[in-house]
Design a binder for this molecule. Structure first.
Ligand SMILES: [Zn+2]
Length: 157
């Protein structure tokens, strides 16, 4: 993506956030925009600790509580999406930017012989899933708004 398009996208998501905060009567604090911009400059999934460390590296002093709180706001505003990649209950949540996203699903690969320790997460897009969605909508007379699909496995030798 070129720089001009990137800047346009950042301006657009900032508008989305501004309108959301206004509508909900939340405080319009500058650090929320900084955090949003950091998230949208990332090309991978992240968790709260990753984001916290990233902000520290960039010398922004935000507390973890602020990050948690901001994440909740972004989720509700439709700016990010939440994932639970691990099957173990204590695995922390991961997030990713979602506003410009093409629909995709995730393949979670565990390290072999580990206790479900994640080695890699692969994103894939298979158009057949759209076909399944349409067939289900037709069969049950519903409109599907979203879906959640994860495959878990280990690599072949
Ligand atoms: Zn993803």
């Amino acid at each position: 993506m070129d720089t001009i398009q990137k800047e346009k996208n950042i301006a657009l998501i900032k508008d989305v956030l501004r309108n959301y905060l206004l509508e909900k009567g939340f405080r319009n604090t500058p650090e929320r925009y900084t955090i949003l911009e950091e998230i949208y400059s990332m090309d991978h999934h992240f968790n709260v600790d990753d984001l916290y460390l990233l902000m520290l590296q960039k010398k922004y002093h935000v507390s973890k509580a602020t990050i948690y709180n901001t994440i909740e706001i972004f989720l509700d505003a439709g700016l990010i999406r939440k994932h639970q990649f691990g099957e173990k209950t204590l695995t922390s949540s991961s997030y990713e930017k979602s506003y410009f996203d093409k629909q995709h699903d995730h393949l979670v690969i565990y390290k072999k012989d580990s206790d479900k320790e994640i080695e890699e997460i692969i994103e894939f897009c298979d158009p057949r899933i759209q076909g399944i969605k349409e067939a289900i909508e037709e069969a049950f007379g519903v409109k599907i708004d979203s879906h959640s699909l994860y495959f878990y496995g280990t690599k072949n030798d």
